[in-house]
Design a protein around this ligand. Structure first.
Ligand SMILES: *Cc1c(COP(=O)(O)O)cnc(C)c1O
Length: 366
């Protein structure tokens, strides 16, 4: 028997979450963001469930090829654009739309030979200081790009640094609007947090033409712990579950795991679960991180090791060898443990846990 740990990808939840994202901007077209192998879910696994998307957005050219190989003839957008001249050849061959965020990318395009002019998204750095043209250089970049015979149509985009938190999007939105005023072209602004939290406020600009939800599709709240996935009407799309492979009875003073990281203060039953950090479960999760034993909430005990972790069987006295433990997602009985709650215990985000699901974990599409 293979080691009893596996992940499940829930196609129904992907479908529902995409519909939820669409309902937040009913007039916009939706890029389903599938970068990082669909946030760890696997592009091939999510592809069918995301057919209601208007396009797929990603940044790795190999992933773009995979989306085309799956038979997708609609729009595909490279969120970081071309890294070198050969990438533009692939864009021409596979009809990929691409972001242009710096002068060097315009140079590459100007030198590129293509029969089919490209559809490009010109990115403005409206304050995040990662990718994009400074607002005062944006119009000149647009003019240069628009004049190239290699370019069919220029769309306008930017990305918000604080859509998930208190600063919000107002300042960046004002910068974007001022610097792009009167420029023709479709607009794309919102990631999940902007779409869910600010869609209503700046409705005109934000619903724009294209929205770019990623994390919401994968059932994690973009602004946890202020709101959780349930608040946003999102379902878990990835479950990580394993079985108990051993049970230990502890006496007061007994310790558990490396570094004797946990000391029992009473008699306890604990279960050893076949999941560790080499499966993608964060080693930084401290004692007390929630788990589901069957459908009963309990907690981790002691340090996470490479292949195993230990859980408190106190709340689940019937549990023993072979019992199911859900580390995040939806148990086979339908109980939910949100990935964000586990991520928060490790000081990180649901994004990171999904993306870090290890290669060695077998994945089932349900
Ligand atoms: C990753 C990414 C998104 C999606 O962000 P989420 O927070 O997952 O919704 C949108 N736009 C760009 C440019 C991105 O890189």
């Amino acid at each position: 028997m293979p080691r009893p740990v596996h992940a499940t990808i829930h196609a129904d939840a992907l479908r529902q979450n995409l519909a939820r994202a669409k309902s937040a901007a009913p007039d916009a077209r939706v890029w389903a963001v599938v970068k990082a192998n669909a946030y760890g879910h696997g592009i091939e696994r999510v592809f069918e469930a995301l057919q209601a998307a208007d396009g797929f957005a990603l940044l790795d050219l190999g992933e773009a090829e995979r989306v085309r190989k799956l038979g997708w003839r609609g729009p595909v957008l490279l969120l970081e654009g071309a890294f070198d001249a050969r990438d533009l050849e692939l864009c021409s061959r596979l009809d990929l739309w691409h972001t242009v965020h710096c002068e060097e990318q315009i140079d590459l395009l100007a030198a590129h030979k293509t029969h089919a002019p490209h559809r490009v998204f010109l990115k403005m750095n409206s304050g995040m200081n990662r990718l994009g043209f400074a607002p005062q250089r944006y119009r000149a970049a647009w003019t240069r790009l628009n004049a190239l015979p290699q370019v069919q149509e220029v769309s306008l985009m930017t990305h918000f640094s604080d859509a998930d938190g208190a600063p919000g999007i107002a300042a960046q939105l004002a910068v974007f609007e001022a610097a792009s005023a009167e420029l023709p072209g479709e607009r794309s602004l919102c990631n999940s947090a902007a779409l869910l939290r600010h869609g209503r406020i700046a409705h005109e600009a934000l619903w724009s033409d294209w929205v770019r939800p990623g994390i919401a599709i994968y059932g994690s709240a973009p602004d946890y712990p202020e709101h959780d996935a349930d608040f946003w009407g999102l379902q878990p799309t990835m479950t990580l579950a394993a079985k108990i492979i051993a049970v230990q009875e502890l006496q007061p003073g007994d310790t558990v795991g490396y570094g004797s990281g946990f000391v029992a203060d009473r008699t306890m039953r604990i279960g050893v679960v076949a999941c560790g950090y080499a499966d993608g479960y964060p080693r930084l999760c401290p004692t007390g991180t929630p788990v589901l034993i069957g459908s009963v909430r309990s907690r981790s005990i002691g340090r996470i090791s490479m292949d195993m972790m230990t859980v408190d069987l106190g709340p689940a006295p019937q549990a023993g060898f072979g019992s199911e433990v859900t580390l995040w997602g939806r148990s086979s009985t339908g109980s939910v443990l949100e990935i964000d709650e586990v991520a928060h215990c490790a000081g990180t985000l649901g994004y990171e846990l999904m993306c870090a699901l290890a290669q060695r974990v077998p994945v089932v599409l349900a």
